[in-house]
Design a binder for this molecule. Structure first.
Ligand code: GLC
Length: 490
C-alpha cells in the first residue's frame, strides 16, 4: 500500500494511489459467496450452542411467549416502547380480524437520560405515560379494572417469565450504569406506582419478538421477526425441546411446546472466528461504549454504518487521497456521519446525478459534513459514493446471513413440495428507508440458499411492530394468567 509519506503531491500520482487504496479497502468489504456460506453455517452452530448454554455470547433469550397470534386476538392495551432514539407510548386496539388501531405519541430521550441513573430514565417514562393518558385518555380491556401495558424493551434481558426480566447489558448508546441486573418491569411498575398511575405492566417483549408477533397477527403466521434499524436482531419460534438450558413449568398443566427466542444476533461471533472485521470495524468498536460486544451489529445497523463509512473516509483523508487531505469538524467527530446521510447519497446515485456540478452527494459533503467546497473534487464525490455503496452493501449481505441462518435452523427454507411462502416480518429504519437494502439482501440470500428458496421468502414491513407487539405480548400474558397457565423457568 502507498503510504501517506510516499504519496506525491502530483495529481497523476495521487490518482493512482487513490485507486489502489480504494480497491484494497473495497476488497476488505466484499463478501464472497463462500464467506456468506461460512457465516451462515456458523449461525447454526451458535444457535445450537446458545440454546444449550446460559451466558453464551449470542444469548438466545427465551421470551416466555409460547405461541404466535393467528389474527383473532382482541383487546385494548397500552404499550411502552423503549429502544431507539425516541420512546413511544401507544394505545393499541386489536380488533380480532388481523387489523388494529393505534394512537401513539413519541417522547425524546435525551443523552443525559440514556447515560444517567436508571431511576431518572424510568421516571421520565412514567411521566410520558401520564402525559399520554392526560392527552388521549383510554379504556381498560374487557374484564380488567386497571389498564394493562406491554413493555417493548429492545435490549438484552434475561427473562424468567413473560413479565419479568433483568437487563443483561446495554446496547445502542444507552449506558445507565446502575441498570444491568435490575428487573426492568419492576423498575417501570415502581415508577408508575410512585406517580399513582393505574397501569399494570404485564408483559415484557423485545422489539424483534414484537415484530414477529405483529407480522403473525397480520398474516396468520410468520417465521422470523427481524429489526434492521438503530440496532439489528431477530426472533423466531423454537421448539422447547431444543432450549436445553431451561426447564419450563406451567403449574401442572400440559406444558407448552414452543417458545419465541430473542436471538440477540447483534452479538453473533463476538469471538471473530469467521466474522470478516476490517481495521475500520476495529476503529468503530474501539471507540464505542462497549468494546468487543455486538460486533455484528456494529457492521450492520443504523447507529454504526455512518461511523464505519466515516472511518474509511478519514483513512483516505489522512493518506492525502481524498479532499486534498482536509477534513471538517463534523467529520472529525465520533458519529458525525449519520447513516441517514448515506441514504441520501445512495438516493443521489440512483437519481443518476453526474459527479460534477451540484448534486446530493456534494450537498451532504459540504452542507451536512461541513467540508469546504473547494476541497471537494468530482473524483472525491465519486469516491465517497463508492465507499457508501460498499459499506451499505456489506451490511445488507451480512444481514442475509442472519436471515438465512435462522431459516435453515428452523427447517423452513427447504421446500416441502408445496412451494409455501416463508414469511419474515421486518422493521427498522434501514429496512424501511435505506435504498436497496432488501434488494441487496436478496441477492446474498440467493447466493446462500439458491434462487427457488430465495423467491419463497417474503419480507413484510411490520410497521408499528414494537407498539402492536407489546399489545400482543400483553394479550398473551393475559391469556396465560386467565388459563392459570403461567409459564416460568425453574
Ligand atoms: C440491539 C438490542 C436488541 C434489539 C436490537 C434492535 O441489538 O440489543 O435487543 O432487538 O438492538 O433494536
Amino acid at each position: 500500500m502507498t503510504s501517506a509519506a510516499s504519496s506525491s503531491p502530483q495529481a497523476g500520482a495521487i490518482g493512482a494511489s487513490l485507486s489502489n487504496m480504494l480497491d484494497e479497502v473495497e476488497a476488505q468489504f466484499t463478501l464472497s459467496k463462500d464467506k456468506l456460506l461460512e457465516l451462515t453455517h456458523h449461525f447454526s452452530e451458535l444457535y445450537t450452542y446458545g440454546l444449550g448454554v446460559k451466558g453464551a455470547d449470542m444469548p438466545m433469550i427465551p421470551s416466555f411467549v409460547t405461541g404466535l397470534p393467528d389474527g383473532k386476538e382482541k383487546g385494548t392495551f397500552l404499550a411502552m416502547d423503549l429502544g431507539g432514539t425516541n420512546l413511544r407510548v401507544c394505545e393499541v386496539k386489536l380488533k380480532g380480524d388481523h387489523t388494529f388501531e393505534i394512537r401513539q405519541q413519541k417522547y425524546r430521550v435525551s443523552d443525559a437520560l440514556k447515560k444517567g441513573p436508571v431511576a431518572d430514565l424510568f421516571e421520565y417514562m412514567a411521566e410520558s405515560v401520564e402525559r399520554f393518558l392526560n392527552e388521549f385518555g383510554t379504556e381498560t380491556d374487557a374484564g380488567e379494572d386497571e389498564l394493562l401495558m406491554g413493555f417493548t424493551f429492545s435490549f438484552p434481558v434475561e427473562q424468567t417469565t413473560i413479565d419479568r426480566g433483568a437487563l443483561l447489558f446495554w446496547t445502542k448508546g444507552f449506558n445507565c450504569p446502575d441498570a444491568p441486573g435490575k428487573d426492568v418491569v419492576q423498575l417501570l411498575q415502581n415508577a408508575l406506582d410512585k406517580k399513582h398511575i393505574k397501569v399494570r405492566v404485564n408483559a415484557l417483549v423485545n422489539d424483534t419478538v414484537g415484530t414477529l408477533l405483529t407480522r403473525s397477527y397480520q398474516t396468520g403466521g410468520a417465521i422470523l421477526g427481524a429489526i434492521f434499524g438503530t440496532g439489528t436482531n431477530g426472533a423466531y419460534l423454537e421448539s422447547i425441546e431444543r432450549i436445553k438450558k431451561i426447564k419450563v413449568s406451567s403449574q401442572g398443566q400440559a406444558g407448552p411446546t414452543h417458545m419465541v427466542i430473542n436471538t440477540e444476533w447483534g452479538s453473533f461471533d463476538n469471538a471473530r472466528t469467521v466474522l470478516p472485521t476490517t481495521q475500520f470495524d476495529n476503529f468503530v468498536d474501539r471507540t464505542a461504549l462497549r468494546q468487543r460486544h455486538h460486533l455484528f451489529e456494529k457492521m450492520i445497523s443504523g447507529m454504526y454504518l455512518g461511523e464505519v463509512a466515516r472511518a474509511v473516509i478519514i483513512y483516505l483523508i489522512d493518506n492525502l487521497v481524498l479532499f486534498s487531505g482536509f477534513s471538517s469538524a463534523t467529520l472529525n467527530t465520533q458519529y458525525g456521519l449519520d447513516t441517514a446521510y448515506m441514504s441520501m447519497i445512495e438516493a443521489d446515485i440512483d437519481n443518476g446525478n453526474p459527479t460534477s456540478g451540484s448534486n446530493g452527494t456534494r450537498e451532504v459533503l459540504t452542507q451536512k459534513l461541513g467540508l469546504r467546497a473547494e476541497h471537494v473534487s468530482d473524483v472525491d464525490v465519486e469516491t465517497v459514493r463508492r465507499i457508501v455503496r460498499f459499506v451499505g452493501t456489506r451490511a445488507a449481505r451480512l444481514s442475509a446471513t442472519a436471515v438465512a441462518g435462522t431459516l435453515i435452523h428452523t427447517g423452513n427454507i427447504q421446500d416441502d413440495g408445496t412451494g409455501k411462502q416463508v414469511n419474515v416480518g421486518v422493521d427498522g429504519s434501514l429496512a424501511e428507508l435505506y435504498p436497496h437494502f432488501e434488494e441487496r439482501m436478496r441477492i446474498a440470500l440467493r447466493d446462500i440458499v439458491g434462487e427457488d428458496a430465495e423467491k419463497r421468502v417474503k419480507f413484510g414491513l411490520a410497521k408499528d411492530g414494537s407498539g402492536v407487539g407489546a399489545a400482543l405480548g400483553a394479550a398473551a400474558a393475559k391469556k396465560q394468567r386467565t388459563a392459570g397457565h403461567r409459564v416460568e423457568a425453574n
